[in-house]
Design a protein around this ligand. Structure first.
Ligand code: SAM
Length: 280
């Protein structure tokens, strides 16, 4: 298939090489240049798939400088693919400046769907996935980490963090200090690889598990924290939420909340607020 001249954003596997999509492979073969975070690292992947396309390095330190060269290439009719070391580019990886520069220069940016550790982890976690907040990596210093976590304590959404093995214990300790020992969480480790593990429990249980088993401190990990239980959620009986949901299929939320309040003898504001939180 002929491809449009564009910057293609191409996800690569986060472990299991079978996760490179046929479309990604086709694009990598057809473009005239592949911009990699690290050409040596990606060279192994490209060799494995028999891709011979020329590569250049675009990483955090030279992204702005290289953007002009990418646009020149597009002007000459050559397409470019952006890949990172693993997963989806721009998700805790370089590419943000390049995408903006290319769009501003009037060229298409075509993103391909594919592997991403955050989404893979969330989908298998058993935590609420209707609303979530991706928080990337926590700051390295204790103070910055705690400040960031404290600001998230009342957030009702599932919180997703990336973490590296050498900081996993400190981060879990900061989470325990900020969210308390009893908040539910899940640690997803080595996704799509041989030692893929999901550890679920309270923050205290997961910390204890990771501290006492050095295997749990190895590899790549995603930490997910259950969102804060809201006061409105605590106070509302399950039957009233069911009524609200049913009425909302036919009525605007405001009206549905008022009727539910009458039926169950509850406050309409609490139901309205809860309806908003559920996206009704
Ligand atoms: N762009 C990538 C993505 O789409 O997921 C993320 C890149 S970020 C630099 C690397 C972090 O992603 C790791 O420190 C870890 O938190 C997470 N990660 C990547 N691969 C993973 C895997 N196979 N299992 C668990 N976490 C992973």
């Amino acid at each position: 298939m002929e491809h449009a001249v564009a910057l293609y954003i191409v996800p690569t596997p986060i472990g299991n090489l079978e996760d490179l999509t046929p479309r990604a492979l086709e694009v990598l073969n057809q473009v005239s240049l592949i911009a990699c975070e690290d050409t040596r690292h990606s060279g192994k992947l490209l060799k494995h798939f028999g891709v011979n396309t020329k590569t250049i390095a675009i990483h955090d330190h030279n992204e702005r400088d290289r953007a002009a060269g990418v646009v020149e290439k597009l002007k000459n009719g050559g397409s470019i693919a952006l890949i990172s070391d693993a997963g989806t580019p721009l998700i805790s990886d370089p590419g943000y400046h390049l995408v903006n520069y290319v769009r501003e220069a009037g060229f298409d940016v075509i993103p391909l769907p594919g592997a991403c550790a955050a989404i893979t982890a969330l989908s298998g976690s058993g935590l609420p996935s209707d609303r979530f907040s991706f928080e990337g990596f926590l700051p390295a210093k204790e103070k910055g980490r705690t400040d960031k976590l404290k600001a998230l304590v009342d957030d009702p959404r599932t919180l997703i963090f990336y973490e590296s093995p050498h900081r996993i214990i400190q981060s879990l300790q900061s989470m325990l200090n900020s969210f308390g020992a009893d908040r539910q969480m899940v640690m997803a480790r080595e996704l799509t690889k041989t030692f893929e593990t999901f550890l679920s429990g309270t923050v205290a249980e997961v910390l204890n598990n990771v501290e006492s088993d050095s295997n749990q401190q190895r590899g790549e990990m995603v930490l997910m924290i259950h969102g804060a239980e809201t006061a409105a959620q605590d106070a509302l009986p399950a039957e009233s939420i069911e009524t609200l949901k049913i009425l909302c299929t036919e009525l605007p939320l405001k009206k549905a909340a008022a009727l539910t309040a009458q039926i169950h003898g509850l406050k309409k504001n609490a139901l309205y607020k809860h309806g908003l939180e559920l996206g009704l």
